[in-house]
Design a protein. Sequence first.
Length: 60
Amino acid sequence: MTIGRMEVIYYQCERCEHWWIPREVTMEVPDDLPKVCPKCKSPYWNTPRRETKASKKPPK
Ligand SMILES: [Zn+2]
């Protein structure tokens, strides 16, 4: 019997907060990150929400 403790990489989507563990379990961040979130399919899953120039609120 072995009792081990390990930390693995998991990803969390910035859009839907879904988190998942990559197919290949690793302890280091791989170079090739997933392209989309497996749940919401957003390609911006790893891009934090920020106010961009495009979403500028119109002045009152
Ligand atoms: Zn998502």
